[in-house]
Design a binder for this molecule. Sequence first.
Ligand code: HEM
Ligand SMILES: *[C@@H]1O[C@H](CO)[C@@H](O)[C@H](O)[C@H]1NC(C)=O
Ligand SMILES: *[C@@H]1O[C@H](CO)[C@@H](O)[C@H](O)[C@H]1NC(C)=O
Ligand SMILES: *[C@@H]1O[C@H](CO)[C@@H](O)[C@H](O)[C@H]1NC(C)=O
Ligand SMILES: *[C@@H]1O[C@H](CO)[C@@H](O)[C@H](O)[C@H]1NC(C)=O
Length: 323
Amino acid sequence: MSLYPSVLFVLLVTMAAAETLRPGFYAQTCPEAEAIVRYEMMKAMIREPRSVASVMRFQFHDCFVNGCDASLLLDDTPNMLGEKLALSNINSLRSFEVVYEVKEALEKACPGIVSCADIIIMAARDAVALAGGPDWVVRLGRKDSLTASQEDSDNIMPSPRANATSLIDLFTKFNLSVKDLVALSGSHSIGEARCFSIMFRLYNQSGSGKPDPAIEPGFREKLDKLCPLGGDENVTGDLDATPKLFDNQYFKDLVAGRGFLNSDQTLFTFPQTREYVKLFSKDENEFFKAFVEGMLKMGELQSGKGGEIRTNCRVVNSQALDV
Ligand code: HEM
Ligand SMILES: *[C@@H]1O[C@H](CO)[C@@H](O)[C@H](O)[C@H]1NC(C)=O
Ligand SMILES: *[C@@H]1O[C@H](CO)[C@@H](O)[C@H](O)[C@H]1NC(C)=O
Ligand SMILES: *[C@@H]1O[C@H](CO)[C@@H](O)[C@H](O)[C@H]1NC(C)=O
Ligand SMILES: *[C@@H]1O[C@H](CO)[C@@H](O)[C@H](O)[C@H]1NC(C)=O
């Protein structure tokens, strides 16, 4: 999917008015904030291990669409089509309830202080740390948006069919490097995806009527069984061989032709990204370092449009008062 020039333009010209983010933003106003988020995420992980992966994905889908402003969390209203039903999100994003539970706990401790946008950033970090990955300091102080845009999400978010060239182009528009792209794709070290996202690659890659030749034959057999033609496309498969553990297995799988999504395997197929895949497959520490850097950069994206601290992550405050 292409990024409309107008979307990018709005993002660029409004950067100047962005909030200043800093570590420990809530140290005085809500000292327990980060501990509360970590605790709620731990509870969610015990209840359902996959949920932390699902929540981690929110950072990507929020930050790429008009900045990290929790626009993703807004429900549709009669006047506004939100992002939850956008092409990449519908029947796919899940575990919204975890974020709502975190928000509830924070509102109890310090009402009206912690933004939903910052919750996504903290929760994504905690998901990775709790799954055995790196831990890092996040910069906070984001505001929540007053609107959301299904159209912008549709135009921006990449398809699972994407190749490395188009992914590089997309990430470049957000000042994210080739290294950032490969490292951030390593988020697929945890979680699952639907057969729906790989049917074309199993049975009709690029309209060829054949499977993607980059899939290792034994793995393809396994995927064909999981996702038969005419089967239930809501069935899910693991994004790597260790889907509950945040590690560099994802990159080892790509080297072996065992990437789940086309957008994953393409990172090894294309020469522009292959060296980073190889590097991360051999050196987990390099992966972790590059991943943290990428998450911090992605977390800096802002629309600069200003906003508020929502009381309820699903509705803007003015409408929360109406009901
Ligand atoms: C590089 C481009 C990317 C593409 C094309 C992509 C695409 C996808 C797709 C298609 C799914 C499965 C959806 C489904 O079948 O329902 C998925 C899952 C996931 N994505 Fe990505 N993704 C990308 C980058 C990222 C980034 C940057 C992050 C986070 C930093 C991320 C985090 C995740 C996670 C954690 C899951 C599993 C979620 C779950 O189990 O519920 N992805 N992605
Ligand atoms: C998959 O699940 C969604 C609800 O989560 C449903 O609307 C859709 O029809 C299902 N698709 C198939 C092919 O069963
Ligand atoms: C990559 O994908 C883009 C967009 O779909 C397409 O135009 C391009 O031809 C593809 N590149 C290669 C080398 O397949
Ligand atoms: C990318 O970096 C340039 C130069 O530092 C900056 O002006 C621009 O706002 C950045 N774009 C995005 C989307 O962050
Ligand atoms: C494969 O894709 C092509 C192009 O999108 C389409 O014309 C063709 O009907 C598809 N074949 C099958 C078997 O679905």
